[in-house]
Design a protein around this ligand. Sequence first.
Ligand SMILES: [Zn+2]
Length: 374
Amino acid sequence: MILTHFNPELPVTLACDASPYGLGAVISYRYPNGSDRPIAFASRSLAPAEKNYSQIDKEALGIIWGIKKFHSYLYGRKFKLITDHQPLIYIFNSEKGVSVTASARLQRYSLFLSGYEYEIEFRGTAKHANADSLSRLPLKSTEVDTSLKMVESFHIAQMEAIPVSNKQVQQETRNDRVLGLITTFTQDGWNTIHKDGEYAPYYSRRNELTVHQGCLMWGVRVIIPSKLRSQVLGQIHEGHLGVVKMKALARSFVWWPGIDQDIEKLAKACNGCQQNQNSPKGAPLNAWEWPSKPWDRVHIDFAGPFLGSMFLIMVDAHSKWPEVIKMKNITSESTINVLRTIFSRNGIPSRIVSDNGPQFTSQEFENFMQLNGI
Ligand SMILES: [Zn+2]
């Protein structure tokens, strides 16, 4: 076999194939007489997890890997994608767009492929010999695709965050009469017989449903089978966050038809949640600007009673210097006396900030402030 040099004038073909243990790809030029002459070859072994893929997923993986491998030859130009796997021709048909019923993995692959301009072409195994034999005699390396791994681990993280194990969800999804059917529809296609009644909430979301490790997902949320719902609800209820926060918490991880109503019912019947529901929103914090010099602005308040005494606390906003004075009583008169001693030591501040307690709003106190020019 003779390799040829790169020639941007000639049409490019990429042939990909997968065997039970490896992937192979050949990038070639198509000469005017119809013959393909290879530019480069590549092959790799399947990682253990990839060996468990269905054949169609393996073939699809081969295409994605081949395109990534030869990205610099393919990106931004038209090329022919050649596979010996007939179903992929329909699934990855760039003109039709991705079928919404394709598996989550194939959907992600299609999304990746949408970045390229290609026509997909079927070629029987006999003519597909190059890529086919490469996939059967792969190089030892596996170089698992990290971006796809990240997607997988995101789904796994979503499942780990919920209070039931993905094994449980998997099993109960299978056992659940409705979810079992929905799983089949999601994988094999929907029919209009099952679009009403208990199927309606799923039917209306059918384009957003995927199956991941035997669990149904709506977007990023795991669909909880009916048997596990009260358990998950119990977990969401922990902490008595009130109906709004519970809904928000649920929304990031789980879903089932009527989950919002279930949460509302739960919160209504619970005293703890009612209290949280009614507590007012915290006032927004008003940040004071930092004064440029010490003793420019001081904050004043009383603390206590502590061990039978009250304390006047004064803090300089610039240096955080505290003055803490034990007081027998907290009348305006004794407050003024204490301030006199502090001011005689530290000078008179430009501003005093208080909570407008009665000591700080009395006529006496205001006269004292005016006298000091504060
Ligand atoms: Zn509660």
